[in-house]
Design a protein around this ligand. Structure first.
Ligand SMILES: [Zn+2]
Length: 446
């Protein structure tokens, strides 16, 4: 992180120097005006006789001076983004949330240990990799054609999510009608979404929201939809990855006033821990084209996240307007799933801090860090109970003899921690205690 910090600091210093120069210029102008006013006042007295109480001379200058007094530059502020991996819903997860007493579903327990962290983010985003098409639309199913109970939308919202991408290879698992019903259910839950669309008009709008007064835009696209296609009249309904179209949408978002543009891409190869050339190539083009942040998903395992400096995009002679550090996260793995294998159950919460220039309203990259997380699939009694844990809290439970985990998880947890940390050499490891208000977490502060 030192390199990123250095560049962010340099950019910050440059902005501060500019603000200082502007303030100095204003002060000089004010002094000159006051001086000029005083001089003309005394000249006026000499040549045209005394002015009543000297009111129109120095006083006029004083009031001019007031109008010219430099406004104090508002201080910079910041907002945070927390990003997660794929929200998968395999059949055992759906069953784990079923209550036979009233035949209802509820998945709130899945997120209870990470929700205090998520709720502290100003913007919390993930990839929803299942339709929420309603039980009447072919029943609730898992892999390979997903359809999860629609209460999942409410559970994600309550856990702290702001927005989900719906563009992924499972977008059409319940075809166009399922795609539309999914968006209806997200709307009902108050969860923002982008990447799939019910109407051409909806496709024609760039998703935007204000975060601490800053307009943030979202664009999401997928490499494909598992061979399922849309009827011609609904061809707009899924945003497929198309470089030129993505660049157009990024430019449009900027023209429409977005100060921060996030592109969420469903791409890459499953179970590959390194991004391929298609990912790295497209990322550079989109970052050059004005994207501030690229969030990738689909491989189901972690790939690296890294800051991208203007020199890497535009060469050493990068001019001032390009002097902005961007960020790409190639893959965040699974946020939750029933997949087997440690690498598919370990993930991170990526946390970015974005600065906002008080004078110009422009955004800039400040820092990136991560919290390792782990999906526990069974409770100590062996019953299916999928729960996302911050690994730090899971290890604390292990050490403190809290008994939250069965033998299988107990053996894996320390390795899972090492795996997560090794996957992100360029990012700061964050302590849960510093990012969560829960008493459970504050016990962990060192
Ligand atoms: Zn996928």
């Amino acid at each position: 992180m030192t390199a990123e910090k250095n560049i962010a600091d340099k950019q910050k210093k440059r902005r501060q120097a500019l603000a200082l120069a502007a303030a100095f210029l204003c002060a000089a102008l004010l002094f000159y005006t006051a001086l000029g006013g005083a001089l003309s006042g005394s000249l006026g007295q000499t040549l045209e006789g005394p002015l009543p109480d000297g009111a129109q001379g120095p006083a006029a200058a004083r009031s001019m001076g007031k109008a010219l007094r430099p406004k104090p530059v508002p201080p910079d502020w910041e907002f945070t983004i927390i990003s997660t991996g794929d929200v998968m819903m395999h059949s055992p997860q759906t069953k784990a949330g079923y209550d036979p007493s009233d035949k209802s579903y509820d998945f709130a327990f899945m997120f209870e240990h990470v929700a205090p962290i998520l709720r502290e983010g100003d913007l919390v985003i993930g990839n929803l990799e299942t339709p929420l098409a309603g039980e009447a639309n072919g029943g609730y199913t898992g892999y390979p054609m997903f359809n999860a109970p629609e209460i999942l939308a409410r559970n994600l919202k309550d856990a702290g999510f702001t927005l989900v991408s719906t563009a992924n290879n499972h977008s059409l698992d319940r075809r166009y009608t399922g795609l539309c019903a999914t968006l209806d259910h997200l709307d009902e839950a108050g969860l923002l979404h982008t990447g799939t669309f019910r109407t051409p008009e909806e496709r024609g709008r760039i998703a935007k929201t204000k975060v601490k007064g800053v307009s943030v835009a979202f664009i999401a696209a997928t490499y494909g939809t598992n061979g399922l296609t849309l009827p011609a009249e609904h061809g707009y309904a899924v945003n497929y990855i198309d470089r030129d179209r993505l660049l157009d949408d990024i430019s449009r978002a900027r023209r429409e006033g977005a100060r921060y543009v996030i592109v969420m891409l469903h791409w890459g190869l499953e179970y590959q821990t390194k991004p391929n050339q298609e990912q790295t190539g497209l990322a550079l083009e989109l970052l050059k084209g004005g994207a501030d942040l690229i969030l990738g998903n689909h491989p189901h395992v972690l790939q690296k996240g890294e800051a991208v400096h203007p020199q890497e995009l535009f060469g050493e002679g990068a001019d001032a307007k390009d002097e902005k550090t961007r960020f790409v996260m190639y893959s965040q793995g699974n946020f939750i799933s029933n997949q087997e294998g440690m690498d598919r159950n370990v993930s991170i919460l990526l946390k970015l801090t974005i600065g906002v220039d008080g004078a110009t309203g422009e955004t800039y990259f400040k820092e990136a860090g991560y919290i390792p997380i782990y999906t526990q699939k069974r409770n100590p009694q062996g019953a299916s109970r999928h729960t996302v844990w911050p690994l730090e809290l899971a290890l604390a439970d292990l050490e403190g003899g809290g008994g939250a985990f069965g033998a299988g998880d107990r053996a894996i947890l320390p390795k899972a921690w090492d795996y997560a940390v090794k996957s992100q050499p360029d990012l700061d490891l964050l302590k849960v205690a510093e990012h969560s208000g829960s008493p459970e977490a504050s016990d962990w502060q060192d």
